[in-house]
Write a new protein. Sequence first.
Length: 169
Amino acid sequence: MNPKSPSESLTVLTDLVLPSETNHINNLFGGELLSRMDRAASISAQRHSRNIAVTASVNHVAFTKAILLGSVVTIEAKVSRAFNSSMEVYIDVWVEDRNSGEKTKANEAIYTFVAVNEVGKPVIVPAIIPETELEQERFDGALRRKQLSLLLAGKMKAHDATELKALFV
């Protein structure tokens, strides 16, 4: 299976924040944003694996900037690293200023997806070859995040978490 560029999985979704999607102070509901991010990440994982991709976990979400009613929101999702059948998908959320058109990063998230066949059995996915400095940074971080997750779940011993140990040595 040939490795792929993260750019091949890039998914961009742009949408408008409507009144029914906001809370009492006219900010986009967090759950609504999570749903939008999940859809974009799912498409990205499916593009990379060319298989059905199911959400395995939401590893990190940072709600750093409120997204107001009427805002134009762009969600960019891209596979940052692929493991055997799982893929880490990094998501950036941008808000466009109505007057200037300038985009500001509002949020980010990291999801994990697993590629499966038609009967739900995991399948092998292509590796990722990072091309930019940011892609390399996210690629390297993905292994540390995976090791930390496995360690916390009791599926890996601390002495086997070589990438994590390297941070402290």
